[in-house]
Structures are given as C-alpha cells and as structure tokens.
Design a protein around this ligand. Structure first.
Ligand SMILES: [Zn+2]
Length: 142
C-alpha cells in the first residue's frame, strides 16, 4: 500500500491564509538554498529556484520594528480600533530568518516608548467577522 499523496498547495497568499485558518504559520522554503520566506513565493527571491516546499514555522520571533496605529484600514476600524483604541502593527523577525508584518497584541499601546525592539513574540491567530466572512488574521503576542 502506498501512502496517499497530499496535494501540495500552491505558494499563494490564498493558501497561506488557508493555513492561518488551521492555526499554522507556514513559510515557503527553498530546497536549493534553504531560504525561508513569508508570505510565500513560488520562486525563491534569493536564488530564483522553483524547488520550493511548505514548512511550518516555530511561530516564534522577535519584534524588529513597530508603529502604533491610530487611524487604521476599514477592517481594523470594524474591529473597534480607532484614535482612542489604537493597535500596534509591527515587523516580526521569525526564528527561521524571515520577516513578516503583523498586528502585535499584548503590548501597552499607551506607553509606546516602553515597547522594546527585540522583545520575544509568539504567533497568535485572531478570528474576526461573522459567518462566511469570518477570517483568521495573523498576529503576534508579546
Ligand atoms: Zn533559494
């Protein structure tokens, strides 16, 4: 008996978001040079190889940069974020060596000066929306 072959999902934002819904932060990894990248790409940005595979990341990283957002895009406003209730958007450097931008939760937004670059973060999956529109968004928790 041979193992059933699991079809490889395409290296697209849609497949990446599908994995998020399964609470998996997946990176595309180049089999040739070992580079990992998020969001995924079908061609390695480093060596241009098309020999790519999905790998699940550890979900751990550190804060590389951040901004406190007082006036966000509509879908953040719909979640109750505004001038009085700002949120943090940041760049996270994953253990796998790739950077990703995401919402950062668990920080004291009233004291941005106390938020430290290099703070350890862990992946978090934020669900928002009703019914069919319910989606999972990538976030990182301090
Ligand atoms: Zn490569």
């Amino acid at each position: 008996m041979s193992e059933p072959t699991i079809p490889v999902r395409p290296f697209t934002a849609a497949a990446f978001n599908q994995y998020l819904g399964e609470k998996k932060l997946m990176a595309a990894k180049c089999k040739k040079c070992g580079g990992a990248f998020v969001p995924p790409r079908a061609i390695c940005p480093k060596c241009h190889s098309e020999d790519i595979e999905w790998v699940e990341t550890s979900g751990k990283g550190k804060l590389a940069a951040f901004t406190v957002i007082y006036s966000g895009p509509t879908f953040m406003v719909e979640q109750g974020f505004d001038k009085k209730n700002p949120y943090v958007s940041g760049i996270v450097e994953l253990e796998e060596g790739t950077n990703i931008s995401a919402r950062i939760t668990g920080l004291d937004v009233s004291k941005p000066a106390e938020i430290k670059i290099g703070s350890p973060l862990k992946v978090d999956f934020v669900k928002f929306g009703e019914g069919e529109a319910r989606k999972t968004y990538l976030a990182f928790k301090a």
